[in-house]
Design a protein around this ligand. Structure first.
Ligand code: DGI
Ligand code: FE
Ligand code: FE
Ligand code: FE
Length: 188
C-alpha cells in the first residue's frame, strides 16, 4: 500500500494545483468533522484527500469504465460532475490500491450522496461543500448547520444542489434525487 505521502504525490500528479489544494482542504475539514463526530480520522483523511482524484480524467476514460465494469448504464447520460466520484472510485481502487470499501463508498457518494449514508460518507460530502475556500451564498449557514449536526448539513446541501441543478436546467441523476427524497424530512 502507498503511504500517505505517496498518495499526496499521486493526487498532485493528477490535478491542477488549485484542485490539489482543494483536496488538501477537504482532507483537513474531513479530519475535523471526523474528530467531532467520533469517526475514524485516518479514514476521513484518506477519503478527503482522494475524493477528486479522477476529476481531470477524460470523458472517454469514464465511458469505457461504465461499459466494462457493468456500472449503471444511465450514467452514460451524465458527465464529469457525476462520473468523477461514482466512476472515479474504480480508478482509485485500481491505481492507488485502495481496498477499503468505506473509503471507496464515501468517494462514490461525495457528489450525488445516497439515501443511506454512513457518517464517513456524510463527512466527505460535507467537507467538500464547506471547506474553507468555498464561497457561495449559504456557505456560512452550511458550516453552522454541519457543526450542529452532520445530517442537518447533508439535508441543506442536497436541497441546495437540487435547486442549483434545476435552476440551470441540468439533468438530475436519479441517485441525486433519491438522496434529496431520503434526506428531506428526516433530520433528527
Ligand atoms: O468536484 P467538486 O467541484 O469539488 O464538487 P462535487 O463533486 O460536489 O460536484 C461536481 C459537480 O457535479 C457540480 O458542478 C454539481 C454536479 N452535479 C451534482 N449532482 C448532479 C450534478 N450534475 C448533474 N448533471 N446531475 C446531478 O445529479
Ligand atoms: Fe468532486
Ligand atoms: Fe460536493
Ligand atoms: Fe471536491
Amino acid at each position: 500500500p502507498f503511504s500517505h505521502t505517496e498518495l499526496m504525490a499521486k493526487v498532485a500528479a493528477q490535478l491542477t494545483d488549485s484542485r490539489y489544494q482543494h483536496c488538501l482542504r477537504v482532507e483537513q475539514t474531513a479530519r475535523q468533522l471526523a474528530a467531532a463526530n467520533g469517526v475514524d480520522v485516518e479514514l476521513a483523511s484518506i477519503a478527503g484527500l482522494l475524493h477528486d482524484y479522477a476529476k481531470q480524467r477524460s470523458d472517454a476514460t469514464f465511458i469505457k469504465l461504465i461499459k466494462t465494469r457493468g456500472l449503471d448504464p444511465e450514467l452514460l447520460l451524465y458527465g464529469n460532475g457525476v462520473w468523477h466520484g461514482v466512476v472515479g472510485a474504480e480508478l482509485i481502487k485500481n491505481e492507488l490500491g485502495i481496498k477499503n470499501e468505506d473509503i471507496l463508498n464515501a468517494i462514490r457518494r461525495h457528489t450525488v450522496g445516497a439515501a443511506y449514508m454512513t457518517k464517513l460518507d456524510q463527512i466527505v460530502f460535507m467537507a467538500d461543500f464547506i471547506e474553507p475556500a468555498r464561497d457561495f451564498p449559504g456557505v456560512e449557514q452550511a458550516r453552522q448547520l454541519t457543526a450542529q449536526s452532520l445530517a442537518a448539513g447533508v439535508r441543506f446541501q442536497i436541497q441546495h444542489t437540487l435547486a442549483y441543478l434545476i435552476g440551470k436546467g441540468a439533468p438530475v441523476y436519479p441517485q441525486t434525487l433519491a438522496t434529496y427524497n431520503a434526506w428531506v424530512g428526516h433530520v433528527p
